[in-house]
Design a protein around this ligand. Sequence first.
Ligand SMILES: [Zn+2]
Ligand SMILES: [Zn+2]
Length: 287
Amino acid sequence: MKLGAHVSIAGGIQNSVSRAIEIGCEAIQIFGSSPQSWAFKPIPKEDTDVFRIKIKEAGIGPVFFHCIYLINLGNPNPSNVRNAIQSLIKYMHLASETNAQGIIFHPGSHKGAGYDAILTQTASSIVEVLEQSPDGPFIVLENTAGMGQQIGSKFEELGKIIDRVGSSRLKVCLDTQHCFAAGYDISTPKGLNQTIEEFDQVVGLDRLVAVHANDSKYALGAGVDRHENIGSGYIGIKGFEVIMSHDAFKQVPFFLEVPGFERKGPDKANLDILKGIRSKMTSNVNS
Ligand SMILES: [Zn+2]
Ligand SMILES: [Zn+2]
């Protein structure tokens, strides 16, 4: 289990590597552009080359990109969906150029139309992205907290999209906070086992390629997407001990997306907490 974090690319994609090293990342997630904007400034080849070399030298990996927040494949506005498809294709090219394992995105919101109304549009958009993307990187759906009219908070909703797309390159990222907010009690052994069982049935554990490791600012089932530092939220240290000792996550990289103890984003302190739990869990197994 590699432990990493979402790291800033301010000043250029290559600068993310030293930040990752500084806080002790074993794996890394980054944006490829400003997450609140459609604008995509192509990244020069020199920069992606330097990034790839530095990442390799540092022994960090896998690399994942997090897509921009504007993407909503369920949007009723066709021009918005076109933009989203183009953005995902650009990210897939970037992922290929940087040897990243995949790009992670939120499935979006049905804006009142209901899930069934947008299932076909969402699936056909993903198919289009895959057709226009280089071979290699995965396209990764992230489960959501179910805020507002967000889709993808129930595993069944992700599973239906996956069935429709029918590609082995469509994978899933589980966000611990989103799971918890959506009512999956992953903080107890019983709740986690049930959650994993349901995930395996409707999505398939072989689809799980990344975990967003975030504690929750709100209680179980609150439906609110608010991340908290590890141990300071409702999942708690005990909850992460439960999560990190489960077999389902053994080969899956974890990425922090927490506010940080100094409110500057994922930091060494949070990563050290996860590492502490991991070594406690492995020594338990070996003793
Ligand atoms: Zn997340
Ligand atoms: Zn979130």
